[in-house]
Design a protein around this ligand. Structure first.
Ligand SMILES: [Zn+2]
Length: 87
């Protein structure tokens, strides 16, 4: 499988409830991830739907967890491997 690490494409979308549940479950499954997210991102504004992205590296789904602190980007976390990235 080829992957393009510099350009993400919208994969799907989810509701705020689905997003929050996915991020909470991911944080629960990866020790210290909550600290990483809190340190590297800021809180989201309320929203009804969020994009999710396919993580080509592991086949998981990247869920929006916050905003990047220094860039105009969203901060995402993978529900399978726990990696974080900007999109
Ligand atoms: Zn992953």
């Amino acid at each position: 499988m080829t992957s393009n690490i510099s350009q993400a494409y919208p994969y799907s979308s989810e509701t705020e409830v689905e997003r929050a549940d996915a991020v909470a479950a991911t944080v629960a499954a990866h020790a210290g991830l909550d600290v990483t997210i809190a340190g590297e991102s800021s809180s989201l504004d309320p929203g009804e739907r969020w994009w999710t992205y396919h993580h080509g590296g592991c086949g998981g789904t990247l869920h929006v967890a916050g905003y990047a602190r220094d860039q105009h980007a969203v901060y995402v976390v993978c529900d399978r491997c726990g990696k974080t990235a900007l999109r």
